[in-house]
Write a protein of this length. Structure first.
Length: 112
């Protein structure tokens, strides 16, 4: 299975300290965002879903987590279209894929 994001690429681009810093920022900025996204889908809060999906996509882009970037960008588009059924259908894959990133990020920080 492909890695959810490339730590070596981050270290090459930013050095080890920079990679650690951006990964810490990613984890801090994204903490709880999926819970808010899920609630926004359930309550059909278009602007909350759009803004939190946008935030998640930007954070994922910053660390090179391309798959979750694509998923969250798609979710943002669904929010703008008010396509609640498509948003709800995308959520399980988004949550699973994000969790893989979070696990790898925490492992990296704990072992770094």
């Amino acid at each position: 299975m492909k890695e959810p994001f490339s730590i070596p690429a981050l270290e090459e681009a930013l050095d080890v300290d920079g990679a650690q810093e951006i990964i810490e920022c990613f984890l801090n900025d994204c903490d709880g965002v999926l819970n808010v996204i899920e609630e926004a889908i359930l309550t059909k809060e278009q602007e909350v879903l759009r803004s939190k999906s946008h935030k998640l996509s930007g954070c994922c882009k910053a660390i090179g987590a391309d798959h979750v970037y694509q998923l969250s960008s798609t979710l943002e588009a669904y929010a703008m279209q008010e396509n609640w059924s498509a948003a709800a259908a995308l959520l399980p894959e988004l949550k699973y894929s994000y969790e893989l990133i979070a696990i790898n990020a925490k492992r990296y920080l704990n072992g770094a």
